[in-house]
Ligand binder design. Sequence first.
Ligand code: AMP
Ligand code: TRP
Length: 326
Amino acid sequence: MSERQRVFSGMQPTGKIHIGNLMGALSNWVSMQEEYSTIYNVVDLHAMTTPYDPADFRQQRINLAKMIIAVGVDPDRSLLYFQSDVAEHAELTWILSVMTPMGQLERMTQYKEKADKAGQNLGLFSYPVLMAADILIHRVHAVPVGDDQTQHLEITRDLAERFNNRFGEVFPIPERISPEIGARVMSLQDPFSKMSKSDANTKATVLLTDTTDQIMKKIKSAVTDTGSEVAFDWDNKPGVSNLLEIFSYFSGRTIDDLVAEYATAGYGHFKVAAAEAVAEGIAPIREAYEGMSDAEVSAVMSTSAEKAKVSAAETMSLVKGAVGLD
Ligand code: AMP
Ligand code: TRP
């Protein structure tokens, strides 16, 4: 049997995990365990690029690890560790950084947005290089992320190609994997902006820790569009289209099927049915999350990090040999 292809993805321990994270990224993290050799990170070094409090940060790192396991990432099948526990991520970042043109980093839209809000720092500027190192350190083939990571994946692919052309074939060129439905889940309060961890309006996001009651309220108060027909039409009905994608994901039913049933049912009835499907899907995740102890999660993270160090060291040895550091 041929060796499995490898997959890497990461998530920052900042803010609370929402259904956009689940639909855009985590659901693929879980399903890809079937066919790939999967490696996932809590990217704590990335989270340090914006202001944070160390005590909160410590807990958020653990909470995110717990949530990743609660949604179905199985530490017996995947490596799941804290980025900062495997120093090779940072080491490879340096080598890639000397090959990264400043102009390419200056064009990153996420940098511009974050620098406007949180202030500039060198780490925030070189954030995409650390992300490229995360992906390349395990020489993976695929990266499950939401649509907002497209630019970051492009720079990773450029760096891999540039490295290979200059120093010889070391890295596979990784592909971005995004779902057909849910690659960009929109805010419940503003269907023109992305559902985001940092949204100050708590009604805009459904969290994976929300209770059934909270979920019902949030979805019932979601912004819908003028008219009363339930139709899948992003240009004219962005609010309803967003809810249709969410409803489809959580019910396992196709959008066509939902439109056929709810077209003329009225927004109120449609939203209650969608909310019930979401609440039903979130309940087992919330329960799994609440049932895990910090200690048990920490132990799992350390075991994985030890295994990941072996793979990371192998890549670093190839890289050092290629660039003349051996
Ligand atoms: P973040 O919330 O920015 O830390 O992103 C973590 C992961 O979730 C990344 O793979 C994102 O692409 C994905 N993601 C974040 N927000 C959304 C969203 N609103 N819709 C779909 N995917 C998302
Ligand atoms: N930039 C990603 C985000 O904001 C997080 C991330 C860091 C990541 N390193 C990664 C995602 C490597 C995929 C692969 O969501």
